[in-house]
Design a protein around this ligand. Structure first.
Ligand SMILES: [Zn+2]
Length: 189
């Protein structure tokens, strides 16, 4: 299976294997196994939606923001076929599945931290964690290190996209100066 062919550590491959078989212990899965009551089986942030794999990795706000930042669409049916997610991105295909699985792994970890530690993560936090993992595990990629680096640059760019950042005070200052100069020139004419 493609997931076992990635260069990821075994724990992430195993996570990918569970995901592929729809066997992650989501709240909904625990409910279907008779372990959890229905009222305890909803998403931690979306009170009316069951905590399923499809919801966690595709539909929930945090996941859709992560994919959105990466310029990727994740359809619910692609959860169990992660090699389809973002396969059209103009980035090295050799490490594509590795990066997508790492992203899903970090979405899963963020979901667990929210449930068990009440720690809220943002899309940028998740992308930063993916980059950290790529840096920590880059030695596994030997000949493909440069390809991984291309993805890293792309993620770093997605992570720093300006939409969620407050305007920089320096930029504001320059903008004000620009207006000032403009009005000075106008008044000189
Ligand atoms: Zn949700």
């Amino acid at each position: 299976m493609r997931i076992w062919n990635t260069k990821l550590p075994t724990k992430v491959k195993y996570f990918g294997w569970l995901l592929y078989h729809g066997r992650l212990n989501t709240r909904a899965a625990l409910h279907y196994k008779g372990i959890q009551e229905l009222e305890d089986s909803y998403c931690e942030t979306c009170a009316t939606t069951l905590d399923t794999q499809e919801h966690i990795f595709c539909e929930c706000r945090l996941a859709s923001e992560v994919w959105g930042r990466m310029g990727v669409t994740c359809y619910p049916e692609w959860c169990q076929a992660p090699w389809l997610i973002g396969s059209y991105l103009p980035l090295p295909p050799q490490v594509h599945l590795d990066v997508i699985l790492l992203t899903m792994w970090q979405i899963w970890k963020a979901r667990n931290k929210l449930i068990f530690d009440q720690a809220l993560a943002t899309a940028s936090d998740i992308l930063r964690q993916v980059i950290n993992d790529m840096d920590s595990w880059s030695c596994r990629y030997k000949d493909n290190k440069n390809l991984l680096h291309t993805w890293r640059m792309y993620l770093a760019n997605s992570c720093n996209s300006v939409d969620s950042l407050p305007p920089s005070p320096v930029l504001l200052t320059w903008e004000c100066l620009g207006h000032l100069c403009k009005s000075m020139f106008l008044s000189m004419e």
